[in-house]
Design a protein around this ligand. Sequence first.
Ligand SMILES: Nc1ncnc2c1ncn2[C@@H]1O[C@H](COP(=O)(O)OP(=O)(O)OP(=O)(O)O)[C@@H](O)[C@H]1O
Ligand SMILES: [Mg+2]
Length: 656
Amino acid sequence: MLAGLQNLTFEFGARAIVEDATWHIHPGERIGLIGYNGTGKSTLLKLFAGEYLPNKGTVERSRTTTIGYLHQDLLSFDTNESILQVAMGAFERVMQVQKEIDQLGKELEAEENEEKLIKYTDLLQEMDVLDGYDVEHKTEDVLHGLGFKQEDIIRPYKEFSGGWRMRVLLAKMILMKPDLLMLDEPTNHLDLPSIEWLEKYLIHYQGAVIIVSHDKYFLNRMVNKIVELYQRKLHIYSGNYSFYEQEKEVRLELQQRAFDNQQDFIRQQERFIERFKAKASKAAQAQSVQKRLDKIDRVEEASIERPSMKINFSIEKVPGKIICTLKEVNKQFGPIEILDMASAEIERGDKIALIGANGKGKSTLLRIIADRETFDGDRIWGHNVAESFYAQHQLEHLKLDNTLIEEMQTAGSKKTDLELRTVLGCFLFSGDDADKRIRVLSGGEKARVALAKTIISKSNFLMLDEPTNHLDMHSVDLLADALGKYEGSLILVSHDRYFISKTANKIWEIVDGKIVEFKGGYEEWVAWKERMEKQAKQADSTNNNKKSAQQPDKKKVSPAEEATPVVLKSGPTIDKERQKEKKKLQRQFEELETNISRLKQEKNKSELALADQEIYSDKLKFQEAEKKYNAIVQELSTSEQEYEKIFEIIMEMGDN
Ligand SMILES: Nc1ncnc2c1ncn2[C@@H]1O[C@H](COP(=O)(O)OP(=O)(O)OP(=O)(O)O)[C@@H](O)[C@H]1O
Ligand SMILES: [Mg+2]
């Protein structure tokens, strides 16, 4: 074992983040750590790294285990050191030895000292063993590999933006080769090519890796184990993200089924008790049934507790038909041409996704529209436009020392504090949270504050650059829904294909310095793109190898065995007759029981079939499946009524 948590509990004040958690990490494991925003993923990593100490339990780590930890919040680490120095921090021992050698060398020049001389030669030898004279060279190599130019390497670290800082810290880790590499949301700071680079690097990484991420695709490629932090407990799944999704559904379904069955049983018993508790002759029996019922271990309902923000973008005034016009815009960064006589128009109601071209043109174009970037050409605002800009690293602009409420005040919405608190409530910050400092918020929580600030402006035109960064998948869904309902216009940049497909009604692409507009959603655009490519290749599309979907030979549901109607016998009966009658009923009862359990299985199967894409996407198949499902439900209901009736009669007949 490399490292682990043993019965660990950690609390921030009165709030428990994780309770009694045990988790062992083995060499070479590739783990995805997931959970909703603010559940405590980053906190767990900090516990491993020794930045926090547990309230109860222990963090275990073998003495030789080295850990590399990439923070989610890259700006929390700041320094005047050059990026070369920062990256060379990987060779801690070498740097230490070098320092001592320099120091001793100076001292030895001043006075001869046998002891110091011995120490000096020892250090020189250690330096040799560590291959320490080569570290600067090695570091430069890796930095170059990550896209840094020689002249950048000596610039101070703090001059660089998030994405570049991330690369410096990554370089440091590559050089360190830790036994355990912990990366907290690494893809937030990277553009697509860099993500691909990181994937390639990680796939060949020899040590164990823990990745915190909200990116399904990335997780699916990178990990073979999922640890979910949910309701202060760790839940372990041995597979990638897709496996986790399936497995979780199965676990929930099983739990729900067990719950349903138990509820059925309980209801039945309760009905019996209700009916007979007043009857003197049966009261004792009713009581014993009640006792048994009280002792049952109750199965909990399988509900998923998920945080749900109430995002509601509203507008104050309606703008003119045209929001913004770009005319013959030119933009260059040194020799790199981004826009070349580009023209475009944003109309009221447009929801534009700016995609494609892995270069850096998207954010630049957005900034040009937002007037945050110099350029040549014209940008003309329409009538009555009230705009709001969510920049790529918007959360990095939050003031760490502000409280949430102070931060909300800076948005200039003229709202009262009480109103601001209500807005914060919609973003899942309740009561006391409003007085928390931004500094202690998790990544997702900071993103929520930034979004809340965007929302209270009531603008009718939004410019959003990577708004889904840091948000958990459920929150991304909520944001997409809210933007879908938004009555204003917007333009956004995102790497999240799912998000784009849910929000955009137009696609913009920068091609050869021009803005190319596609009037349609993302899926249509993809299809159109493919068609264009096909046409270009002039390939004939004769792959008509549609196999007729083979229907498995399913057995027909047999009609329920006609349960003979049971007539209550009144008047005296011979005991033998009674016994015979009772036996018969009991047999019927058992038959019905088996029948019901079979029908329940059929019902489940049939439900799954209805949810099968192959079936619901085919109208005929779906109708057939639905008919079958209804028949089963009907039959089940009749059988259950019958079952109950017989059950009561048997109870009525008593034990003799
Ligand atoms: N120093 C602190 N004092 C009080 N509360 C804190 C402190 N640091 C973090 N928290 C709170 O603890 C919770 C867990 O934070 P953490 O950063 O571990 O979440 P996370 O799971 O990484 O979330 P995200 O997905 O948003 O990054 C959050 O609600 C956060 O506000
Ligand atoms: Mg986090």
